[in-house]
Design a protein. Structure first.
Length: 350
């Protein structure tokens, strides 16, 4: 993992300390429950405990491996920072108030500056390798959904369909799910983050599925809305509006525009069709090691979209007591437009 650009773009820092699980994984490619990564201008260190020593020494390249204990973690970090002659240290605000108090006391000899925006900006732009992992994860998710939906029948419960989707993802090569799979039938689909229940599927009801697989540490994210039978005139119309809004936005999003402008493409289309007040969440978000990463594609965001950002495009319309429609693809931002890495079809009927 190239780290030199951390200092090229942020010269005021002499070193960085990253303690969050996702950021530790980003630099080391190891999933650990304890430790810290220290990045200096001419050296980098992975600090962990005895549980991960063997794996770390085998897998983590270009880092000096230091073994410590929970009680001595902050002391070890301070010793490393002193060793590299750091003065101004960037840190990530992933600690509790109590932990930060101990951290600050142990590092009292250094000038501490929050650096969450520094690492978030770096992680937002993906390498080709990272994009490759995300594409594999997406392929696993699509095949799982295809298999699960091929046997869906009226009478199945939300929990049963969720379990089938999850089973097919793991069977198909996912190491875990990106997040709790959402399956919502009928009026439940009007709740964007509905938790699957024992509700049984009825003909003519919408089925909303929001799911993702994780592969080699990287997430995918996809939403599709289906209907067995006739959903009725209103929901059929809503489905077409959401689909067209997404297609319109995807056509015009490109590097150099703001995340807020990307959001407005779909939002203005939905608003012009009379459902602006039923689209209550942002148009999309970044995806990577975490299911929600920078940038956030929401109203008013002035973040500039850059090449190789991986973002979602997920407009939705939600009508309480009737149902909701969301369609979500993942996009790779490019100079002239985006590449849609989601290939699952967008047919409402099943």
């Amino acid at each position: 993992m190239v780290t030199a650009d951390l200092f090229e773009k942020n010269e005021k820092f002499d070193a960085f300390v990253f303690m969050g699980e996702s950021n530790r994984f980003y630099f080391t490619r190891m999933e650990t429950s304890f430790g810290a990564v220290v990045i200096a201008k001419d050296a980098q260190f992975f600090i962990t405990d005895f549980r991960y020593e063997t794996e770390a020494r085998e897998k983590v390249k270009d880092f000096e491996i230091l073994i410590t204990t929970y009680a001595d973690l902050y002391k070890t970090i301070a010793e490393v920072l002193d060793r590299v002659g750091a003065q101004t240290v960037g840190y990530e605000q992933s600690m509790s108030v109590g932990e930060f108090g101990e951290f600050k006391a142990a590092l009292s000899a250094f000038k501490l500056k929050a650096a969450d925006n520094v690492i978030a900006a770096k992680r937002a732009v993906k390498t080709d390798e990272e994009i490759g992992f995300i594409k594999i994860a997406q392929g696993i998710a699509e095949r799982a959904l295809q298999k699960a939906m091929s046997s869906v029948k009226v009478g199945v419960t939300e929990r049963e369909l969720m379990a089938e989707i999850n089973y097919e993802m793991i069977k198909g090569g996912a190491e875990k799910y990106s997040f709790e799979t959402i399956v919502a039938f009928g009026a439940n689909s009007a709740q964007p983050h509905h938790h699957p229940s024992d509700k049984k599927l009825v003909s003519g009801e919408l089925i909303l599925v929001d799911m993702g697989a994780k592969y080699n540490g990287y997430c995918s994210d996809m939403t599709r809305t289906f209907c067995p039978g006739n959903p009725g005139e209103t929901l059929a119309k809503v489905y077409e509006i959401v689909k067209e809004a997404q297609e319109y936005a995807i056509k015009y999003i490109k590097a150099g525009m703001t995340a807020g402008d990307a959001d407005s493409l779909a939002r203005e289309y939905i608003d012009s069709n009379g459902y602006g007040d039923k689209f209550g969440h942002s148009f999309g978000h970044g995806v990577g090691i975490d299911i929600h990463e920078d940038p956030r594609l929401g109203a008013g965001s002035d973040v500039i979209l850059l090449p190789n950002m991986v973002i979602t495009a997920e407009p939705g319309i939600y009508i309480p007591e009737l149902g909701g429609v969301r369609i979500e693809d993942m996009l790779v931002v490019g100079e002239e437009g985006v590449t849609d890495i989601t290939s699952y079809d967008k047919k409402l009927s099943i």
